[in-house]
Design a protein around this ligand. Sequence first.
Ligand code: ADP
Length: 492
Amino acid sequence: MSSYIIALDQGTTSSRAVLIDEKAQIVGIEQLAFTQYFPEAGWVEHDAQEIWESQQKVLLRLIEKHKIAPTAIKAIGITNQRETTILWDKKTSQPIAKAIVWQDRRTADFCTQLKEEGWESYIQQSTGLIVDAYFSATKVHWLLENIPNAKEKAQKGELCFGTVDTWLLWKLTEGRSHYTDHTNASRTMLYDIRKLQWDTKLLEKFDIPTSLLPEVKPSRADFGYWQYEGHAIPILALAGDQQAALFGQFCWEKGTAKNTYGTGCFILMNVGETAPFSYEGLVTTLACGLNETPLYALEGSIFIAGAAIQWLRDSLHLIDNAEDADYFAQKAPEDHQVYFVPAFVGLGAPHWDMYARGALYGLTRDSDKNTIIRAALESIAYQTRDVLEAMRRDTQILLSHLKVDGGASKSNFLMQFQADILNKEVIRTQTPESTALGVAYLAGLQAQLWTPNELIKNYNNTNKVFSPTQRSDWRSLKYRGWKKAIKKTKTK
Ligand code: ADP
């Protein structure tokens, strides 16, 4: 009988269940979207119950559709949208409010206050994070302060806090397991990433009782069982989506990195067993390793990447489909000096300028649609280089190649330009499912379904390698132009 791993991939807009066979290949995917709530400007919520129900539905549908016997499922792994915050009643398992999603900005003023009170450097030292509404700590605080009776109940030990991994685990195990993993804990802004424990000083500051918190385990561990048709199926891995993708991209060694080109970009670099302090606007986070020793990653996110191509399509109507961008870009002159800075919502890592706005520089009478499209694609690669250079300054690590995935990595033009502007090989994967694969690899390792060597041997996920072809004077000239454009765009 064949053996399988099931990865539950709980994302911001949909819940997915992915079936992986014993050769670590994806053989089935089920997906369901769920409701996004925007009750006020800057607020984003999910219904935790609906997240669970959609996740349960796709899990059962996957098993039924592929006629998988319960005994054939060797393990379940959970990967999830990170930072999203849920509080629920320990006895009834009922959420006490809607989940506050990572994108939610309602606690931005509280974060400003924290900075004014001088918490920034302590928080960065302990948690590796910058003070921002993005992370869970201020969301938990908000729920405790604003939901009637929440604080009293929390103090009496009647509530549980969890990010989405913890919530799904609680539901799958019918309230028997209240755990999270290193990667998710490191996104709460409450976890000391070097001591590997909840930070009591921060818990005190945010008025969060310890009884609320899940126990933290390595990403590969025994997290409990899901009872299905009389069988106990072990849950053996939990990991936040970006860290799961880093593992799924086989970035297992210090100095390896991946970039996911979606709406924005998520760049993570494995920096080994010592946590660096970032002076360059990056966050330090816990990552998944091959064993229990914690690994660290530097992470930089770019707000607008593929979304710049969407903008060309939907707002300027320069293209009908995102895939057409390459065709036009190739018709523009290679040495043009037009720069498109897509700072539509400010600039993310490593610049961090909330007030910057988008701009086009260097237009001349012969600038045309082709050049603008080319400049938009190029901007994605320049922003990626900015983040990778910041990582190099923080760690002195020299990157050997970049692993890539995500929707916009389908652009051959962008990938070649990325290789040229970095002067590094860019390696694109066959399937875009690095996240689900990553957590499945972890669960399968824990279940002893495969060894690391077997995974690498069976791994046949490379789609294309893009090698640099340009001269260094071309690269320097182009990148210098970009740096000038960024300088002109920044407000500080
Ligand atoms: P997300 O997970 O953030 O929703 P995806 O990984 O699905 O994003 O990627 C979608 C993004 O990729 C869109 O912003 C789209 O404009 C861009 N994209 C998709 N295909 C291409 C392409 N061939 N060339 C350039 N950009 C593309």
